[in-house]
Design a protein around this ligand. Structure first.
Ligand SMILES: [Mg+2]
Length: 277
């Protein structure tokens, strides 16, 4: 361990829910981190709860669950949540019965419909009350036009996550935040964002898991999504240096952006949580 800031009243070993980021934290593209597999499986064995949260709503929780299990993570059926799930929960509880036009993948659309969100493609010529945009890898000009028309006519606007670009093995892809920026440029309407770093996401996590903020820690590799999410939500933050952030960057951080804990990799967390007393 390199840094222990001591902002949190509850030590890491007493946390009951560990919220892990995916890419850069438990794997990098196709490369699985064995230290992360060991940590996650031991946390579960010890009775602690593990939740994987990703902003990437272009795939569903079931997809990520399959990927994690094939990689050796022993995880329960409810162990994955995406920013799309946060959007769905919000719409169901705070905007019940509304017609929603979605700029998202078929996978996200089906998942939202299954949960009871009234997603419509407006093919019936009727309007929608709400536009939700996401990382739509199946985006068409027709969908963009419909979304803009609805926003010009006063529809409410939400976006699943603010990420501007998505790292892949072949380089970056334009992500949800970039698509939202295009809609905003055309209509002047700015979305309300879900996902990390927005605290509404922590509300969805505490509501669905039943844990209080003091019992939760967030583990991730990105400062402006994972760590900012924990800090904005008043939850203990744990940075691992296996993804986007290096030690040099951490050294230059102002106190307000500094994670509570920084580890080289998941093994540092393992040793911290399971150290003999
Ligand atoms: Mg990450």
């Amino acid at each position: 361990m390199m840094i222990e800031k001591g902002r949190s009243a509850t030590p890491l070993k007493d946390k009951k829910l560990f919220v892990f980021d995916l890419d850069g934290t438990v794997y990098l593209g196709k490369r699985i981190f064995p230290e992360a597999v060991k940590l996650v499986n031991r946390l579960s064995e010890s009775g602690r709860k593990v939740l994987f949260f990703t902003n990437n709503a272009s795939s569903t929780a079931e997809f990520y669950l399959g990927k994690l299990r094939r990689a050796g993570f022993e995880v329960s059926d409810d162990a994955v949540m995406t920013s799309g799930d946060v959007a769905a929960s919000f719409l169901l509880t705070r905007r019940p019965g509304k017609r929603v036009f979605l700029l998202g993948t078929e996978a996200l659309k089906n998942s939202m419909r299954q949960r009871g969100v009234g997603v419509t493609d407006c093919a019936d010529g009727k309007s929608a009350d709400i536009v939700v945009s996401s990382f739509d890898t199946e985006l068409t000009f027709g969908k963009l036009t419909t979304a803009c028309r609805l926003l010009w006519n006063g529809a409410e606007y939400f976006c699943t996550h603010p990420d501007l670009r998505c790292p892949t093995d072949e380089g970056y892809l334009p992500d949800s935040g970039a698509i939202a920026a295009m809609l905003t440029a055309a209509t002047g309407v700015k979305p309300v964002f879900f996902g990390k770093p927005h605290p509404v996401t922590m509300e969805a996590i505490t509501e669905s898991t039943g844990f209080s903020k003091d019992e939760i820690c967030v583990v991730g590799d990105r400062l402006y999504t994972d760590i900012a999410f924990a800090i904005n939500s008043g939850v203990t933050s744990v940075l691992v240096l296996t993804g986007e952030t290096d030690a040099k960057t951490v050294g230059k951080l102002p106190d307000t952006e500094m994670p509570d804990y920084v580890f080289e990799n998941a093994d540092g967390i393992y040793r911290r949580v399971f150290a003999k007393e």
